[in-house]
Design a protein around this ligand. Structure first.
Ligand code: PEP
Length: 257
């Protein structure tokens, strides 16, 4: 099995002012300073990016954004482009989060345009996919995931998938306290990896990191990470507190007891 470095990514959603986010980032930085075999990323809201970039300067913690617009610049009031996020210090950009799909009319087509814009800038897209509760109950989980992959990645050079990150986030598990069981998550992660293998070949499929997201906490991370195809987590609520975030990062390190 390929050795994939775990990645724990925090999505801070629309929480924390710049100073608050910088404070949490600084505390997280100290708490995980000794961990070198787990990648860590935080995605604060846009207005906090520069303060957090400053707080993380010289650390191993990567900076991510929660969304992006696909044009580079122009008369698009309220939007932020990939080159702008790169200049602010971002290396990763979350695309297609279910809250954006649900509340801001994000579709597989807009996700696709954003993924391409992120790639073009040399940044890493963290593309979120996942089924709703109704879709799972109707037995449509795999067809929904397949469609999100096909349409989200349409026209994307498969060689580029090497530096791609996918996040499987069942919508029914986000912010609800309901976590998919490790077996439920593994089943979908396996399906995703097999899809990538068919599309881009064995080597890319083996090196691709697939994160699980949905009510991940210090208490359930070890069980999830024990699964063959789960390579880390995209964490919302439990990433807002530095101690709890560090409590998710630490068990992913080979050095943890
Ligand atoms: C998320 O925002 O991507 C997420 C998974 O949130 P939570 O951990 O709060 O469920």
């Amino acid at each position: 099995m390929a050795q994939r470095t775990p990645l724990i990514a925090g999505n801070w959603k629309m929480f924390k002012t710049g100073p608050e986010a910088a404070d949490t980032a600084g505390r997280l930085r100290s708490l995980v300073a000794d961990i070198v075999d787990v990648d860590v990323m935080v995605a604060p809201q846009f207005a906090a990016l520069c303060s957090v970039a400053e707080a993380l300067k010289g650390s191993r913690i990567a900076l991510g954004a929660q969304d992006v617009f696909w044009e580079k610049q122009g008369a698009y009031t309220g939007e932020v482009s990939a080159p702008m996020l790169k200049a602010a210090g971002c290396t990763h950009i979350i695309v297609g989060h279910s809250e954006r799909r649900q509340y801001f009319s994000e579709t597989n087509e807009t996700v696709n345009k954003k993924v391409k814009a992120v790639f073009e800038e040399g940044l890493v897209p963290v593309m979120c996919i996942g089924e709703s509760e109704a879709q799972r109950e109707a037995g449509k989980t795999f067809s929904v995931i397949e469609e999100q992959l096909e349409r989200g990645l349409d026209g994307v050079d498969h060689a580029g998938l090497e530096r791609f990150i996918l996040a499987y986030e069942p919508v029914w598990a986000i912010g609800t306290g309901k976590t998919a069981t490790s077996d439920q998550a593994q089943e979908v992660h396996r399906f995703i990896r097999e899809w990538v293998e068919k599309a881009a070949g064995n080597s890319i499929a083996n090196s691709l990191r697939i994160l699980y997201g949905g009510s991940v906490k210090p208490e359930n991370i070890a069980g999830l990470m024990a699964m063959d195809d789960i390579d880390g987590a995209l964490v919302g609520g439990a990433s807002l507190d530095a101690d709890s975030f560090a409590g998710i990062v630490r068990p992913c390190s080979a050095g943890s007891a």
